[in-house]
Ligand binder design. Structure first.
Ligand SMILES: [Mn+2]
Length: 331
């Protein structure tokens, strides 16, 4: 079901609420932030008191740019400050969770206890750990949460300002890797809708501009890529480099661009005792099934795992074993 099938229920929650707290996963990316500002504008339009909640201290480049662009238009608070801003009648408070459905990915799980009414809007798969209470709207066919929120905004015939439209569009461009992954008619419709409202594709390119030094660091891992079973790219980073999680994801994105590659895996150190794996798939190989035995998760297109106290060599062996066990020979 798409988000518009829940419009009636969303309205019911919104009618009851006076104060709304929007929260996405920690380590915001442009989809989490894009969908958040889109939702923020919708709520302002509905005359709600509204806050964006984050505890992130360090942000990726694009997120940092967006935060400085919106700082006068959006009220951003930390999870600590939520208590001071609650409506005295807890029934009038509403928590809207975007771009994740897992409590442990929120900046603080306590938010779920503090506020009884929840709406979750997300495009990631659910599992046993997912949030169960409240109105849960998951559309795994949507390219991005920004696409879902834009659909909702479009259904209210509401106008968003040019800046917010541009930020929403950048969320769609990020999650589809430039309209490659999970791109459907709805994705193009929402991109059209936002462009019509004044979203500027050139500004999106500026928001998505990368840091050259980080790009060069990523190349060190890309140049060592191995191709296994003819269509799976596996890149293992040197143990001397510590990457940010999003770097591993970007390497995996890049590897998917090449001829015959159906899916990509990238292994690299992301903290002193932590190794990350990031995986991307064109949709024909179920990468989440390959990473689940390693403690990871995700969906067919996009999956990741985080392993503490192990070595890159060991993780590479384990991953290769899972790939050989789970790989389908249909491709
Ligand atoms: Mn997303």
């Amino acid at each position: 079901m798409g988000i518009l099938d829940y419009r009636h229920k969303i309205n019911k929650y919104l009618r009851k609420a006076s104060t709304v707290f929007i929260v996405a996963h920690q380590d915001l990316d442009l989809d989490a932030l894009g969908s958040s500002v889109g939702m923020y504008e919708l709520l302002i339009h509905k005359r709600k008191k509204c806050f964006l909640v984050t505890n992130d201290k360090k942000n990726e480049l694009g997120v940092e740019k967006v935060l400085s662009l919106i700082k006068d238009q959006v009220e951003i608070i930390s999870t600590q400050q939520v208590k001071d801003n609650l409506d005295k009648n807890n029934n009038k408070n509403l928590l809207i969770i975007l771009d994740t459905n897992k409590p442990f990915l929120l900046p603080s799980e306590d938010l779920l206890k503090l506020i009884d009414n929840h709406i979750v809007i997300d495009h990631h798969d659910e599992n046993q750990q997912s949030i169960k209470d409240g109105l849960i709207i998951i559309d795994t066919n949507a390219s991005s949460t920004s696409e879902m929120i834009t659909e909702l905004i479009a259904s209210y015939n509401m106008k968003t300002n040019e800046l917010f439209s541009t930020i929403l569009l950048s969320g769609i461009v990020l999650d589809t890797n430039n309209f490659i992954l999970k791109t459907t008619a709805k994705t193009y419709f929402t991109a059209y809708y936002l462009t019509n409202l004044g979203a500027d594709p050139r500004k999106v390119q500026y928001l998505l501009k990368q840091d050259l030094k980080q790009y060069i660091e990523r190349q060190k891992t890309i140049t060592d890529v191995k191709i296994i079973y003819k269509n799976i790219a596996l890149a293992v980073s040197p143990p001397t480099i510590t990457y940010r999680r999003e770097d591993l994801a970007k390497i995996a994105d890049t590897l998917l661009l090449f001829n015959e590659i159906e899916c990509s895996f990238v292994i690299g150190k992301i903290a002193k005792n932590t190794i990350g794996i990031s995986a991307r798939s064109m949709g024909n190989i179920a990468i989440q099934n390959i990473l689940e035995p390693l403690g990871g998760g995700g969906d067919t297109y996009n999956a990741a795992a985080k392993i503490e106290n192990s070595s890159i060599d060991k993780i590479e062996r384990l991953l290769k074993k899972q790939i050989s066990l789970q790989r389908t020979d249909k491709i």
